[in-house]
Design a protein. Structure first.
Length: 356
């Protein structure tokens, strides 16, 4: 998340010509949360598909966990067959189209709004030169769209249980491009009960209450590690020590608390599904209150190998932080570690947690 030295403010005239309040840290598209075939420009607000036809998604830096928010997407170029505009959950699939499952919803250029792989609404189609306004009521879990300042669509429910929803664009054809406006001023006044999708962050790497990693690498028979640590310095003390650890699930007696106890001979283990190549899991540590930590490094100590060559530690994961233990902001997406040897408990892997 942005540190204090990386904040800035904008002031602007709104669509009615009145001065709007400054917006701190208006979000942009995230260069670390996109398919490699998407190129970003214009201060990371324009996305262009740079390779041949294939699935490609780009996601904004920050999501929302409560409130009513809007953003705008201008279609710079749209080549057949399609593109899609919407939101994706913090755990949503970035390797497919918007609306494949319950973790995202998307308005396709042919006019279909897709959710759980079903067309849940039919709106006007759009093409190059059109401007799409997106309105998201996170609490009601509803989304509305407007094309070129026209009438707002009826509310469309998406029902995701994800703790944060993030703006996203799906591009398919090479040379298709969009420009996203998260801060305003917007081309059309629209519904002013929705605030611009500004970054009123609930937490960042300097100040937070809870830390959650979402493990996306596949576990041979599950996921496990001896220690999850966040520290202010390389190899420094774990700011998570003493916190309340929870996880999506636990295997046997390898409880979450053993993942932050400082003992390399114990471990947390979890399973998601059965058999080999099990799916993602989350692991969370709640420190009880919001505080200043100045985190700059994340490390994980692998666990000793178990029967069936289980995964000794995550190799692909995301980091989310929260100020209240409920509302999470994305701190780092797509963090990677090389494979663990798995022969000695406590094998250490570490990397910097950079400000977004």
């Amino acid at each position: 998340m942005p540190g204090l030295a990386n904040t800035w403010a904008l002031s602007f005239l709104n669509a009615k010509g009145r001065q709007s309040a400054p917006i701190s840290n208006p979000t942009s598209l995230d260069p670390n949360d996109k398919t490699s075939s998407v190129t970003l420009s214009n201060s990371n607000r324009t996305a262009t598909k740079s390779a041949s036809a294939s699935v490609a998604m780009v996601v904004a830096k920050h999501g929302k966990t409560t409130g009513k928010w809007r953003f705008q997407v201008t279609i710079d170029a749209l080549l057949p067959p399609e593109m899609s505009i919407g939101v994706v959950g913090m755990y949503g699939n970035r390797e497919s189209y918007l609306g494949l499952d319950a973790n995202s919803i998307g308005y396709v250029s042919n006019g279909h709004v897709v959710y759980t792989n079903v067309t849940v609404a039919s709106l006007a189609s759009y093409a190059a030169g059109d401007v799409i306004d997106v309105y998201v009521d996170v609490d009601a879990k509803q989304i509305r769209y407007a094309k070129n300042g026209g009438s707002l669509s009826s509310a469309i429910s998406f029902g995701s249980a994800a703790p944060a929803m993030i703006p996203a664009v799906y591009l398919y054809a090479a040379n298709s491009a969009v420009t996203c406006n998260f801060a305003g001023p917007f081309t059309y006044t629209g519904d002013t009960s929705y605030a611009a999708w500004s970054d009123a962050l609930s937490a960042d790497r300097d100040t937070f209450r809870s830390a959650r990693i979402y493990i996306r690498s596949l576990g041979y028979y599950g996921h496990s590690f001896a220690e999850f640590s966040l520290s202010a310095t390389s190899g420094g003390s774990n700011v998570l020590s003493g916190g309340a650890a929870t996880a999506q699930n636990t295997y046997g007696t390898d409880t979450p608390s053993k993942g932050i106890d400082g003992n390399t001979s114990t471990k947390w283990s979890g399973q998601n599904g059965g058999g080999q190549n099990q799916g993602p899991l989350w692991f969370d540590v709640d420190l009880g209150s919001n505080g200043s930590h100045g985190v700059r490094y994340l490390s994980i100590r692998g666990s000793a190998g178990g029967a069936g060559n289980e995964l000794q530690g995550p190799t692909l994961f995301d980091l989310y932080l929260s100020a209240d233990g409920t509302k999470y902001d994305k701190a780092a997406y797509g963090m990677t570690f090389s494979a663990y040897a798995g022969t000695t408990p406590g094998e250490l892997k570490e990397q910097a947690v950079n400000a977004l």
